[in-house]
Design a protein around this ligand. Structure first.
Ligand SMILES: C[S@@+](CC[C@H](N)C(=O)[O-])C[C@H]1O[C@@H](n2cnc3c(N)ncnc32)[C@H](O)[C@@H]1O
Length: 306
């Protein structure tokens, strides 16, 4: 179970097994350090000559990484879209554990959760970019509605956007999580059982303000150049928008997609081999309800080792 400032790593053994790091002298990448649960397990398995490069956009995660005293380990305070800057075919295994960590969501000051009142921020990297409050203060209602509809799959997106714009006119922009949650609750007409009415809107704004889906796509494309032949790609996603991107990316590059419009066209070069899809066990979900929606997808870079 998480305590307020810890993160219970999801699919720990499964993801690290998938990377095949045991005894390896290769360079591995943990693209989402968080609190380092996966990183520490990878380091436990790597050979003394192996290396682990981690990334995280969040300064608090990077500060936590400083506690790892291991010459094989380094961390970059960067988005994982920068993965493509690594040397081509230099990485033996790449892990992405998407989304936010428990310390981020449980800290009211970060503004990720409707469960606590705090400034409406939601940036993973607070050193750059606009907060959600800043964006909502000037965005067109139509843009707001599109974001909430497309990234939250929210039926009442137009009504929510109108409520945000009306409040802006009457009393100034929304600036806290509690204000936004209250506005959304007033605009959402039918409740989903067991779900807070603000769930979809908060998810949508978080995905948008952090450019999560664009950066995921960029990192997946970059993985094709940085992974060595037989290097493993392991991605854990937590909602269907992310998982769809990962699934389609692996399918496209492992030629699982048959193009019915061009059945005799030369097939594109196969760059990945799909290894499989793993979900958390019942026991893991019982112990950590945040694991409930996790899906791990694994693929291997094709080609003969050098
Ligand atoms: C689910 S947590 C990872 C938890 C980690 N595997 C552990 O066991 O402690 C996701 C982390 O990835 C970071 N993150 C999310 N998207 C990122 C991106 N595009 N670039 C870099 N870091 C990102 C978040 O700041 C967060 O710390």
């Amino acid at each position: 179970m998480d305590t307020p400032w810890t993160h219970t790593t999801v699919l720990l053994e499964e993801a690290v097994d998938a990377l095949q790091a045991t005894g390896s002298r290769d360079t591995f990448v943990d693209a989402t350090f968080g609190r380092g649960g996966h990183s520490r397990a990878i380091l436990d398995r790597l050979a003394p000559e192996g290396r682990l490069i981690a990334y995280d956009k969040d300064a608090e995660a990077v500060a936590e990484a400083a506690r790892i005293e291991d010459a094989r380990f380094s961390i970059r305070h960067q988005g994982f879209k920068h993965l493509g800057e690594l040397a081509p075919a230099s990485v033996g295994g790449l892990l992405m554990d998407l989304g936010i960590s428990s310390p981020q969501i449980d800290n009211p000051a970060r503004g990720f959760s409707f469960r606590f009142d705090g400034p409406l921020d939601m940036r993973m990297d607070t050193s750059r970019g606009e907060s959600v409050a800043e964006w909502l203060a000037t965005a067109e209602p139509q843009q707001i509605a599109e974001v909430i509809r497309d990234y939250g799959e929210e039926r009442f997106a137009v009504q929510i956007a109108k409520a945000i714009a009306a409040r802006r006119q009457e009393r100034g922009p929304v600036s806290t999580t509690a204000e936004l949650a209250e506005l959304v609750a007033g605009a959402v007409k039918t409740r989903e059982p067991g779900q807070n009415p603000a769930t979809r809107t908060f998810q949508a704004l978080r995905i948008f303000i952090n450019a999560e889906l664009e950066e995921l796509q960029q990192a997946l494309e970059a993985s094709l150049s940085v992974l060595k032949p037989q290097g493993r790609l392991a991605v854990i996603s937590f909602h269907s928008l992310e998982d769809r991107i990962v699934k389609q990316f692996i399918a496209k590059h492992s030629r699982e997609v048959f193009d019915r419009r061009a059945p005799f066209a030369q097939a594109p070069e196969m760059k990945l081999r799909s290894i499989g899809r793993i979900k958390p066990s019942e026991a893991e979900v019982q112990a950590n309800p945040r694991a409930r929606s996790a899906i791990l997808r694994v693929a291997e870079r094709t080609g003969a080792p050098a």
